[in-house]
Design a protein around this ligand. Sequence first.
Ligand code: CTP
Length: 403
Amino acid sequence: MTPRVLLGVAGGIAAYKSAELLRRLTETGHSVRVLPTASALEFVGAATFEALSGQPVHTDVFTDVPSVPHVRLGQQADLVVVAPATADLLARAAHGRADDLLTASLLTARCPVLYAPAMHTEMWEHPATRDNVALLRSRGAVVMEPASGRLTGADTGPGRLPEPVEIAGLARLLLERPDALPRDLEGHRVVVSAGGTREAMDPVRFLGNRSSGRQGWALAQVAAQRGADVTLVAAHTADLGDPAAVHVVRVGSARELRDAMHTAAKGADALVMAAAVADFRPVSLAEHKIKKDGAEPAPVRLTTNPDVLVELVAAREPGQVIVGFAAETGDDRGDALHHGRAKLARKGCDLLVVNAVGDGVAFEVADNAGWLLGADGTETTLEHGSKALLASRVWDAVAARLR
Ligand code: CTP
């Protein structure tokens, strides 16, 4: 059945981004009813929301009274997303006000509720807002960590609306798994690597691989939204933008990634190696572009890169939880899971995510599936779903080991 989503829009300048979020939600098969506040309509016209959603748009509870929309809409929703959620909207929601259609619907909804805050840094950091956010979270709502960056005008800081693609991803996650975002990583520092390394041959050419970095990106995103202090060491990734509230360190080659991981690993509680690290690199880097001069090209001699995961395991700090990934295919010696078990033992990490490559999972696609193997002998099936869903299962296992 088509999931029914209520998209609440509060009155802040970031309201213009809710049109893109709406488009993403409808294009990915959701039925979306937009509930703006009266002040949101100062920023974006009702016609925009009506045209993009194909549904009527009202702000008050006195329109279409016979269908009792202030009760029905909330009751029938599978998910409520409020983006942007302003300081005022969070305050009204936290205190159970019902002075417009959106806040009344928030009281009747029994489905997951996702707030994507957007406001000035001072407002986000004010004790009143902190208390309202804590209250909403204590009741089970997901209040996203906002992004940091340019706010209205010239100032920058935390309080920027997370990108619509990110909000849409978490909306899908909560529909897949309503309890995917507990705040169980608060107080923990975690490091995730993502993407494919590039090993230079000359100033314009490199050896690379097909990793898009999406799984590592989702791991960083989900950890940040579960309250962790997150560093993402990103080798080459698809054009994903930075996840909200994540410290991103960009690297190119395997050796750069290794240095960045060792630096970030100091004092961290968990390390996740989701990057596709090149096993080999050219022995030498040509100073000038290698020319096609008519002769047969010289063979490229390769040498082995360090195994970053094995090094991190060797340098492991007490209590640090280390997670590896393995994209495997079966062969005449065994299936993907068999190879995964052998790799877990070889690498010495606590957890290994095994993806069976192919069948629309793992590389260059939005979805993933596989198994999560523990060094303690545990084995969990990771059901087919979004990469954020798989990330949430990995963090469950990490959080259990951190406790
Ligand atoms: N890895 C790493 N450093 C490398 C190669 C891999 O840290 N030089 C990490 C990956 O990030 C992943 C895990 O090791 O978490 C397994 O990667 P994979 O490529 O499957 O393993 P390899 O050791 O390269 O084994 P093989 O390619 O022979 O299957």
